[in-house]
Ligand binder design. Structure first.
Ligand code: ADP
Length: 251
């Protein structure tokens, strides 16, 4: 208790110049990530384009070449996804990007995302259920919220074994609008839960890579929620499943 008080007192004593320097460094870091991502995007698009052509041309003399091309193509797509997520994150982080707020029919968005989830689930044949209140709308950025809903739903598909179930809900709870996704998947051990919204934090690196994850989905979720005054909670048990809940205040 004494120590915490001491630390708080020390923090309030940080000179203004140092605080300004930290803010400046943070801005440099953000701009650097955004610039690198932007610079990499064009050459990568060219490489992917050429690989597409090589695959379409189909070099019949060498099947092994085709295998290599298609692996290179898959990796180039993965890199593009990472770059797009990094660019989205740096846009979300910059305070000078205000939200273009509109009324959003969340149930319509969720119905479309459910169809996408079913398609991605494919042979895993998950039972995907949607319970959404059609009269419950919120105000916010449609693009950002779509990304939030999609990241959590797709994660449920990725981390739930075949024939498992996924339940998506959108409902009012007192003065909040609530979006929740419950799955019967692999779950997350207690010690990892506070860290899964960190960039590139993965409980199981190989599994995330195999499922095509960028490691940035939940970091995006966290930022979108902050910009909408929302709160994320995660309940999970390894081997039993997880529930991701996002609460948005109804003004
Ligand atoms: P990724 O692209 O790796 O899925 P995310 O940021 O979306 O990155 O998620 C971070 C990590 O959190 C994942 O790698 C995975 O370990 C864990 N995770 C996310 N959602 C779930 C879920 N529904 N069930 C189990 N683990 C999950």
């Amino acid at each position: 208790m004494m120590n915490r008080k001491k630390n708080q007192a020390a923090l309030t004593k940080i000179p203004k110049e140092i605080t300004e320097h930290i803010i400046q460094l943070e801005r440099v870091r953000r701009d650097f990530v955004a610039n690198v991502s932007h610079e990499l995007r064009t050459p990568l698009t060219v490489i992917r384009g050429y690989l597409e052509t090589l695959i379409k041309k189909g070099d019949k003399e060498s099947e092994s070449h085709q295998k290599i091309f298609s692996q290179m193509y898959q990796h180039s797509i993965r890199m593009e996804n990472i770059i797009n997520d990094l660019l989205l994150l740096s846009r979300l982080e910059s305070e000078d990007q205000p939200i273009e707020s509109v009324d959003i029919s969340v149930d319509e968005i969720l119905r479309t995302l459910c169809v996408d989830a079913q398609r991605i689930s494919a042979e895993k044949k998950h039972i995907i259920t949607l319970q959404a209140d059609p009269d419950l709308q919120i105000n916010g950025s449609e693009e950002e919220l779509k990304s939030l809903f999609s990241n959590i739903i797709i994660n449920a598909v990725k981390y739930t074994p075949a024939k498992g179930s996924i339940t998506i809900k959108w409902y009012r709870d007192n003065d909040a609008a609530v979006f929740s996704v419950t799955d019967t998947g692999i779950g997350i051990a207690k010690e990892h839960i506070p860290r899964v919204t960190e960039r590139f934090y993965r409980v199981d690196r190989a599994r995330s890579r195999d499922s095509g994850g960028t490691g940035l989905g939940l970091a995006i979720v966290k930022h979108v929620l902050m910009r909408h005054q929302g709160v994320l909670s995660i309940e999970s048990k390894p081997g039993e499943g997880s529930t991701f809940t996002c609460r948005f205040p109804l003004a």
